[in-house]
Design a protein around this ligand. Structure first.
Ligand code: M6R
Length: 366
């Protein structure tokens, strides 16, 4: 059932181009307009909204962070992203002018379900982005957006994550259209770029040999630090979680600008730093952060986009680039090398990749 792949995780990473296509294409018409029957709110209700809260755990929470950036950019409405297990314990500001989006691959995560119930009780409109038809969260939400990633078996979430991010882009763009927040041509331009993502993910998968070699050389590491700014910070967090979860290498993700406020004290000669630098406006700032860590002897792997690769070579020990896309869409691409890196680290270290110790695929206790 692994279809010839050594692990489910590898198979699922390879399924990402299809998962993205399956999530995107049924929601577009021939003119690239977004059809989104899943969103039952009327334009009037949408105009009346004060804020959006995204609730989720783990990797789904990271998808929420990217979703916040996208929705705020497209819709110009404040979005909070809350860890589901924290949401209920601070009497959150939620009312009928709040839209709550619960993001959950399994649709069974206890904390996410409980947070959704709390929001519903307080009068919010509750929506879910989930991968499992008929899951508990899908039954309790008022609107359901299914990610069509197909069953995800490996504990480490890969294709579900990418489709969650896609879902939040689509929801944001549709809301921008309904609230007349963006001109239709601009929305269509972004949709055209979304349609390019599957083949760009495929290109990354086709060039994974370099990442495998890189991982094989880093298996001695006990610690890793992932840094980035803006959207790259969110991808860094996802990459870091993936590494810990399956390879058991301690890892920390820090917003790059925060490094010198404490964490840089931990760097020594040879410490592994993965630097994410896909965002053009933040590029120079990232390069100066990379210089800071290199000056302390860190071994720096940079992930950037193709058009910046050459420049980046001066600032990192190794550079891996992903195809260019719109800055806002780059998380869908830049996460892939990080997934592959953690996968090959785990394999090389002899870990049980699909079933890491102490973890369950869905966490049904609070
Ligand atoms: O099923 P869910 O999306 O609600 O699960 C949330 C987290 O438990 C999950 O994303 C977890 O962090 C993954 N194992 C990460 O790879």
């Amino acid at each position: 059932e692994k279809g010839g792949y050594e692990h489910f995780m590898l198979k699922e990473m390879y399924e990402q181009p299809k998962a993205v296509r399956d999530t995107l294409m049924p929601r577009l018409d021939d003119e690239n307009r977004i059809l989104l029957d899943e969103l039952s709110l009327t334009p009037e209700q949408l105009n009346h909204l004060k804020k959006i809260i995204i609730i989720a755990c783990g990797t789904a929470w990271h998808a929420g962070l990217v979703g916040k950036a996208a929705i705020e950019k497209f819709v110009r409405i404040p979005v909070e992203v809350e860890i589901a297990s924290e949401f209920r314990y601070r009497d959150p500001f939620v009312d009928e002018r709040t839209l709550v989006i619960a993001v959950s691959q399994s649709g069974e995560t206890a904390d996410t379900l409980a947070a959704l119930r709390e929001a519903k009780m307080k009068g919010a409109h509750v929506m879910t982005v989930t991968n499992v038809v008929g899951s508990r969260i899908s039954r309790e939400a008022q609107d359901v957006f299914y990610t069509w990633a197909g069953p995800e078996i490996a504990v480490a979430s890969t294709k579900a994550y990418i489709t969650q991010v896609m879902a939040l882009y689509l929801i944001g763009l549709k809301m921008a259209e309904l609230r007349a927040q963006m001109p239709q041509e601009e929305i269509t331009k972004i949709v055209q770029e979304l349609k390019e993502l599957p083949s760009k993910i495929q290109q990354i998968l086709d060039h994974q040999e370099k990442i495998k070699e890189l991982a094989n050389k880093q298996i001695h590491q006990h610690h890793a630090f992932y840094i980035g700014r803006g959207l790259d910070d969110y991808t860094a967090r996802e990459g870091s979680l993936k590494l810990k979860e399956i390879s058991y290498v301690h890892s920390e993700a820090i917003a790059a600008g925060e490094l010198k406020h404490g964490t840089i004290a931990l760097l020594e000669k040879g410490t592994l730093v993965v630097a994410m630098a896909t965002q053009e406006p933040l590029y120079d700032k990232m390069v100066s952060n990379m210089k800071e860590v290199k000056a302390r002897g860190a071994y720096v792997i940079a992930v950037t986009k193709a058009s910046l690769e050459k420049e980046m070579q001066q600032s990192a020990d190794v550079v891996f680039s992903v195809p260019d896309t719109l800055d806002i869409l780059s998380p869908v691409l830049s996460v892939v090398p990080l997934q592959l890196f953690s996968y090959y680290m785990a394999v090389a270290r002899g870990a049980d990749v699909d079933k890491p110790k102490n973890l369950a695929k869905s966490v049904t206790v609070e």
